[in-house]
Design a protein. Structure first.
Lengths: 366, 561
């Protein structure tokens, strides 16, 4: 028995040591990054921040909430450029919002920055006083619609609504590749269109509200009613339709993407379609969380990500269309100028949410 | 018995404090939070209406699953224990697979196999059936929980007193009659406790309905949707209260009314008996059913492995290692965090559980029954709800008390510290050690302990020399179970994780949502392997020398379940 306890203690100790080792590695990392940093100032990699202080920030770790793990490489690049480490936790939009509310309630701050997600949650958070207003100098390069006028959040990359289409099934059934929103209503696609529930998915809510804003209330609801007929059931999460189409459970899935072609690249039987008559979209913002203990370093992060350097990294790593227009579009990304975007009023979307969802429920129940 | 000494009393007080604080108060406070609402009556009414709707779904699913999964588990357990046939040992080993199950991807494997474009349903049989809906949920849960029921019941068959059965047989009763009139009634307490675990697991499962339920969601998955999709904590808490009621009801019913007696022998490891007289057609039917069930489980696992190593799961089966490469590109710390969490939690929770079992059984302490109830209560609380209960309790300073007093002491807020996920797992799993310990202590003759006292050994010394060795088995059994559960659990900790201590399961759950199925299956596979390796490591550590001997006897590590 003693041996066993000793063995267990040994195991536990190994873990605590491995923890220490990791930290050591980190500190040597930051040393070398300082050198990198010195170089960057000479080379001017295309970013600057008046809040940056190499000495003070070399041991800073920022806690970040976000909705995607693919952001890791961007954060690594940021660390290489600045020496500031970012730890990220990936969650759903609503989970982040709920956590931030809890953190505010209790006064325990965990997150410093919030990066990636839907603009509607950021608007909601700004209204709930969860964010720091910061007028980033780099924000001048962004169009008005890409940022909050008070500086609560700034758009970084874009999310575009697109359709994930199972090409193989289209051919098998001899259908015409859908190109416009009207095409989704064709008889053969009945039961084959997958769409998330707007009550629980930002993607679907964006689509519904954009259609209502573009077509007007009356025409809009008429269209949506027909669309509802085509959908066998509304998935709980925004990511479900794409998976269903990839698995062949549906032919067309309403989906949100960065503007990348990853799904097409990885799946020979999939084609991504951006509807010709316009599509929904929103910026993926970055924001500083109120109550952060690392306000200066968080501002450096915002400055960096909004800079040319940051956006180029973002475009490259995530294969994303970005908010700055002076950044070269990497190959394989859809060119935004080729796509018709619905005019969208994000503030109105956030305000009318309850009302639209109640109306939606009525139409689904019909 | 001698009067308790100071050490025991102090230990007991500490344990009671821990249990009250981290197991009991959170449950109470989530109920209070759910019912104490600041909003309008119409809104509450709407929330309740919603909760009742999904409660109905949950109950239907859980009853059906409990019935089918327990029956399947029992059939398989008896077939594997009491019929001799070729390949039995292999099936026994395969039947243990679900213990290290790769979370979430099972449902996706099921869609790819039996969906509208499924490999089996469509390619082989040309069917076009949507797997989404309640049938899919039932199928997945039966497959997972039936295998679990088999493991639980198997371990009981092994310890059962066979003298009664033998007597009936000697009196000339047919096997069928012996089974239905002697064996089955004798096993009712164990079967009911297995059914209870299946019921609770089914009620708490939110991942399966989310992935495969389509528009059929259960109360647990709707809670997740309400929080993450609708930003509605209040509504989720009301749903939580409704989810809790049947769970606690079933729990109390089973624990205090059905499980009054047990029929274990004192002699652990009684001989297996064999049904020799059984009719051939019945025998082959049983073997066929068992093989089919385990075959399906195996198929699921094989398909996950295929998914991890092929280019595009379900469409392009070219061999590739790219999924593993892209995992390595990611932050790998989550795997280390998982192992760390599981090791600490398994060790501490099992230790606490076993010590508590000892104190409650062998020492006269006040309120033993109530403390026991509070300690096992978290087992009845669905993980996701237990997580929410921590959220609403420990966001206040001074371990939650700061809601009323000492409002300004910030440093003692648990939410947002790394330690909270350790505490919640310990509080949640200590009942495993407690139950294993209680089961063993019931059979231990207290003469041993008395003898040691009479020979002048101190109480602590008696504990370490006499009782501890006896509790060792309970501790190990609990350790292995808690280790593998903690490695693959998500519900309880999903809302409490921090950026720096994220665990592998959470990442898998996120990857699935990005349609990167190959990566998700590769990652789930890695997690399972890691879990298996660590269990093997601990097994060697614990059993060391006697390992070879045991292996020769053909007793696997899993027997301890």
């Amino acid at each position: 028995m003693k041996k066993i306890i000793a063995g267990l203690i040994a195991v536990l100790m190994i873990f605590s040591f491995s923890g220490c080792k990791k930290q050591e590695v980190n500190s040597t990392n930051t040393d070398s990054e300082e050198m990198v940093q010195n170089k960057t100032i000479e080379n001017d990699l295309g970013w600057s921040s008046s809040h940056y202080d190499v000495q003070k920030m070399k041991d800073v770790t920022l806690n970040m909430y976000g909705v995607t793990d693919t952001i890791r490489l961007v954060l690594d690049q940021f660390q290489e450029d600045t020496g500031i480490k970012v730890e990220n936790l990936t969650m759903k939009n609503g989970e982040i919002l709920q956590r931030l509310k809890n953190e505010k309630d209790s006064g325990v701050n965990i997150a410093d920055i919030w990066f990636t997600g839907g603009a509607d949650t950021f608007i909601n958070a700004a209204q709930s006083d969860l964010l720091v207003a910061y007028q980033a100098p780099e924000a001048n390069a962004l169009e008005e619609i890409m940022k909050d006028k008070n500086g609560y959040w700034h758009g970084t990359s874009l999310t575009l609504v697109n359709w994930v289409v199972n090409k193989q099934l289209i051919e098998e059934k001899g259908l015409k590749m859908p190109e416009t929103w009207e095409d989704l209503l064709q008889e053969e696609l009945k039961g084959e269109v997958s769409m998330p529930n707007p009550a629980s998915s930002g993607t679907a809510y964006n689509v519904v509200s954009a259609i209502l804003q573009t077509k007007g209330n009356e025409e809009g609801w008429k269209y949506l009613e027909k669309l509802i007929e085509q959908v066998p059931f509304f998935t709980a999460r925004g990511s479900d339709p794409a998976r269903m189409v990839v698995n062949g459970e549906a032919i067309v899935g309403i989906n949100a993407s960065n503007g990348d072609r990853e799904l097409e690249k990885n799946n020979a039987h999939i084609q991504l379609i951006y509807p010709k008559d316009g599509t929904g979209w929103w910026p993926q913002p970055v924001a500083i969380v109120k109550g952060t203990n690392n306000l200066e370093a968080s501002k450096v992060f915002v400055d960096w990500i909004l800079s040319k350097r940051g956006m180029e990294t973002l475009a490259k790593v995530r294969n994303a269309a970005v908010a700055r227009t002076d950044v070269e579009v990497p190959k394989g990304i859809v060119d935004i100028s080729d796509i018709k975007l619905f005019m969208t009023d994000f503030q109105a979307n956030a305000q009318k949410r309850e009302e639209i969802l109640a109306e939606w429920e009525k139409h689904v129940a019909k | 018995m001698k009067k308790n000494n100071g050490v025991i009393i102090l230990l007991y007080c500490l344990l009671v404090f821990f249990i009250v604080y981290f197991a009991f108060i959170p449950v109470i406070s989530v109920i209070v939070y759910g019912m104490n609402l600041g909003c309008k009556i119409e809104i509450i009414y709407k929330y309740i209406e919603r909760a009742l709707y999904y409660l109905k779904n949950s109950l239907v699913i859980s009853f059906v699953v409990t019935f089918i999964a327990t029956s399947c588990g029992m059939t398989i357990a008896f077939t594997l224990r009491r019929l001799k046939f070729r390949g039995r040992n292999m099936l026994r080993i395969f039947s243990l697979l679900p213990l290290i199950h790769p979370p979430f991807v099972g449902s996706i494997a099921f869609i790819m196999l039996f969906g509208r474009r499924g490999l089996i349903s469509h390619q082989f049989f040309g069917l076009d059936i949507s797997p989404y809906g309640w049938k899919g949920v039932v199928f997945i849960q039966v497959l997972g929980l039936g295998a679990l029921a088999n493991i639980l019941i198997s371990s009981v068959i092994e310890k059962m007193d066979i003298s009664l059965e033998e007597a009936a047989r000697n009196l000339g009763a047919q096997e069928k009659k012996v089974f239905f009139t002697v064996t089955l009634p004798m096993m009712i307490p164990e079967i009911s406790s297995t059914a209870l675990l299946v019921f609770l697991a089914s009620m708490a499962d939110f991942g399966t309905p989310l992935i495969i339920g389509g528009d059929f969601q259960t109360l647990a998955s709707d809670m997740y949707i309400q929080i993450t999709g609708m930003y509605n904590m209040q509504g989720a808490s009301i749903s939580g209260v409704f989810l809790l009621i049947p769970c606690i009801f079933a729990f109390v019913l089973q624990r205090y009314y059905i499980q009054k007696r047990t029929y274990f022998t004192d002699e652990v490891g009684a001989k297996d008996i064999e049904y020799k007289e059984i009719k051939p057609y019945a025998k082959y039917l049983l073997i066929f059913f068992t093989s089919l069930f385990i075959g399906l489980v195996l198929l699921k696992y094989t398909f996950i492995i295929i998914g991890a190593f092929t280019k595009q799961w379900g469409y392009d089966y070219t061999f590739t290692l790219s999924h593993f490469q892209s995992i390595l590109k990611r932050d790998f710390s989550s795997f280390i965090n998982s192992v760390k969490l599981a090791t600490y939690v398994a060790f501490i929770s099992s230790f606490i559980g076993v010590v508590l079992a000892y104190i409650l059984h062998n020492k006269r302490v006040p309120m033993a029954a109530f403390v026991d109830f509070m300690a096992v209560l978290p087992a009845a609380v669905p993980g996701i709800l237990f997580g929410i209960s921590y959220l609403v309790t420990f966001k206040y300073p001074v371990l939650g008390m700061g809601r009323w007093i000492l409002k300004d002491i910030k440093p003692l807020v648990l939410l947002g510290t790394e330690i909270i996920i350790y505490i919640i797992c310990i509080a949640r799993y200590m009942n495993v050690g407690l139950r294993a310990g209680s089961a063993l202590l019931k059979h231990v003759n207290s003469d041993l302990e008395k003898a040691a006292y009479n020979l002048g050994a101190s109480e602590t010394k008696t504990f370490f020399t006499v009782i501890m060795p006896l509790l060792k088995d309970a501790f190990f059994a609990s350790f292995f179970k808690n280790f593998s559960t903690t490695m693959t659990t998500l519900g309880a900790i999903i809302f409490l994780l921090l950026p720096k201590n994220k665990v592998a399961v959470q990442q898998i759950f996120q990857i699935i949502t990005s349609s990167a199925m190959g990566e998700a299956s590769a990652m789930a596979l890695l997690l399972s392997l890691l879990c298996l390796i660590m269990l093997g490591f601990f097994y060697v550590l614990f059993y060391g020398g006697s390992l070879w001997h045991k292996m020769k006897e053909g007793r696997g590590v899993w027997k301890s379940y």
